[in-house]
Design a protein around this ligand. Structure first.
Ligand code: TEU
Ligand code: CA
Length: 565
């Protein structure tokens, strides 16, 4: 694998609205991020992706952009952004912005002009089609519910397409003029000094241009948008052009958010010839999903998590470096979702961190993950902000669940779980704001908070620091970053084990994912214990040498990284 500057970094996603509010209006902002750059540096972060900070009406929390060249006043000014770039640079932190170009906001100038003249040049920036006698052109369902087609206000029998909310009209990538507008905008930001982009929902830019019906998959008579995507061919032409015209001249770091792509084509997405530098590895996060909606999801075990990781790495590590996550702003908190109830402890959180960060890939933390933040308690649907949760709540009700039942069902997956404010300290609202937070802070902010974990040597936060530091370690860094990941005892229940085989050394990662102790026979001699989530920090414990075939006694939820030979 050809080495790239970002391979040994650790990345961190900031959800700006909930990170730190510098002026007391209850909304996190760019100055809040600037204030915490030293915190991120201290953690060992080298790349920061910031969810959208562009001008937006916030129908989908900034993923509906009304001006790509402006910072939303809620977040600050363009000067703040420039200062953030300069301050990050001083600390050797690369700033990655969110690139949301499958759609824009219905308040964007382009869409406003299209509304005035649907058959004019700006109408051609969108998908505007005639309906069938006032009914939508076809039966595709939007991700946030309802038809992808919305009547074009003021016209009879004209509709525009939106894969997400109706306030997020899809941009017509078939139009070369639109594509050039996008490339121009990308270059403009790269000129400003951003290192690259996380590329939102990008698989959606290629449609099946027949715009025809597919068999219905729910009682509403519609089919999932993804059914259509499977029949849309040729996306790589767009992506290659975007790379050549916008990213490559600036050597931009690009990481794609792709769910439904042809795995056979991974080589064309990442790796040396790929159109992106990396993509997120969502393999574990797709587990348990249902075509019917969140209410119908199945819980996921850590063994399934392990199998999904192994399956994915077996293919991807030959091709390029995908990014490992346990959560993001669209997913529940990883510790609440994947750890068994009895393992949702500090020890369990370190174990999950260890599995994620020791796996082959670019570690991508989501804000608050480093202190083990958990899902939120929802007392009523009125507390929910997220557009997707509200839609799924309705779907659950339509399938016969009472209000209370529907709330419990969607609460597990709600995107608001991860969007509650960052828990900095024990002050009111966790130190996130001196005002009223836009979304209430998690009730557990007294127990789970940065300031305390900075003080405690054995905190989750300090365990993350150790894991992150291993990537640049003089002796083990090469193995942690490039070593081959190979399963160890892959059939043991409630257990995850794997090797990382590097040029200089071999590491063995062991995780006992149950309360009861177990004994593992390690076929190779153990040279050293690099990490132990049960260690009390005494130096004497850390150098144990054993002969090949020795048993290792593991406590409940113990996680170990051993050097073996
Ligand atoms: O998400 C794209 C996406 O497909 C999903 O994650 C999913 O449809 C959604 O979370 C359902 O709950 C990206 C962004 O990450 C997400 O926040 C935006 O809402 C979406 O695109 C639209 O821009
Ligand atoms: Ca603010």
């Amino acid at each position: 694998m050809k080495k790239r500057w970002w391979h040994n970094k650790t990345a961190y996603q900031i959800y700006p609205k909930s990170f730190l509010d510098s002026n007391g209006d209850g909304i996190g902002d760019l100055r809040g991020i600037i204030e915490k750059l030293d915190y991120l540096k201290e953690l060992g972060i080298g790349i920061v992706w910031i969810s959208p900070v562009y001008q937006s009406p916030f129908v989908d929390q900034g993923y509906d952009i009304s001006d790509y060249y402006a910072i939303d006043p809620a977040f600050g000014t363009m000067e703040d952004m420039e200062e953030l770039l300069a301050e990050a640079k001083k600390r050797d932190i690369a700033i990655v912005m969110d690139l949301v170009v499958n759609h824009c906001s219905d308040q964007h100038e382009w869409f406003q002009k299209a509304l005035k003249d649907p058959f004019g040049p700006y109408g051609a920036y969108f998908y505007i089609r005639e309906g069938k006698d006032g009914r939508p052109p076809c039966n595709w369902r939007a991700y946030f519910g309802g038809s992808v087609w919305e009547p074009l206000p003021g016209y009879d029998n004209l509709f525009y397409l939106h894969m997400f909310a109706k306030e997020q009209p899809d941009l017509n990538w078939e139009n070369p003029k639109l594509r050039q507008e996008i490339y121009k905008m990308i270059r403009w930001w790269l000129e400003k000094g951003v290192a690259g982009f996380r590329i939102d929902a990008i698989i959606n830019i290629k449609k099946d241009l027949r715009f025809s019906d597919f068999p219905a998959d729910r009682e509403d008579g519609m089919c999932a948008g993804t059914t259509m995507l499977a029949c849309a061919h040729g996306i790589l032409d767009f992506l290659t052009e975007m790379k050549e015209e916008a990213f490559a001249p600036y050597h931009a770091f690009t990481i794609g958010e792709l769910f439904d792509f042809d795995q056979q084509e991974l080589k064309r997405y990442i790796g040396e010839e790929g159109c992106f530098e990396s993509i997120f590895d969502f393999a574990p996060h797709l587990l348990g999903g249902s075509d019917h909606g969140w209410y119908n999801r199945k819980p996921v075990t850590m063994d399934q998590f392990r199998d999904a990781v192994f399956e994915s790495k077996a293919i991807s590590q030959e091709i390029g470096m995908m990014a490992n996550i346990i959560e993001n702003h669209d997913e529940p908190r990883g510790v609440s979702r994947y750890l068994p109830a009895e393992g949702q402890t500090e020890r369990g959180k370190k174990l999950l961190a260890g599995i994620s960060l020791m796996s082959f890939g670019l570690p991508f933390l989501y804000q608050g993950q480093e202190i083990g933040m958990t899902n939120k308690m929802f007392h009523s649907i009125q507390e929910v902000d997220d557009i997707s949760t509200l839609d799924e709540y309705q779907t659950a009700q339509e399938h016969g669940y009472s209000n209370d039942e529907a709330l419990v069902l969607v609460a597990q997956m709600s995107r608001d779980n991860a969007r509650t404010p960052m828990q900095w300290n024990g002050e009111l609202h966790g130190g996130f704001t001196t005002g009223i937070p836009w979304l209430p802070v998690n009730e557990n902010y007294h127990q789970i908070r940065v300031d305390e974990q900075e003080r405690q040597e054995n905190s989750v936060l300090n365990f993350y620091k150790k894991l992150i530091a291993l990537r640049t370690d003089a002796v083990y860094g090469e193995t942690v970053v490039y070593g081959r990941q190979e399963p160890f005892l892959p059939d043991q229940p409630d257990f995850t084990g794997f090797y990382r085989k590097g040029r200089e050394n071999t590491l063995l990662v062991l995780a006992n994912i149950r309360e009861t102790p177990r004994t593992i026979e390690v076929p190779l001699a153990i040279k050293k214990v690099l990490l132990d989530n049960c260690s009390t920090g005494h130096k004497a414990e850390e150098t144990k040498e054993t002969a090949a075939g020795s048993p290792v006694c593991m406590q409940g939820f113990q996680f170990l990284v051993l050097e073996v030979f």
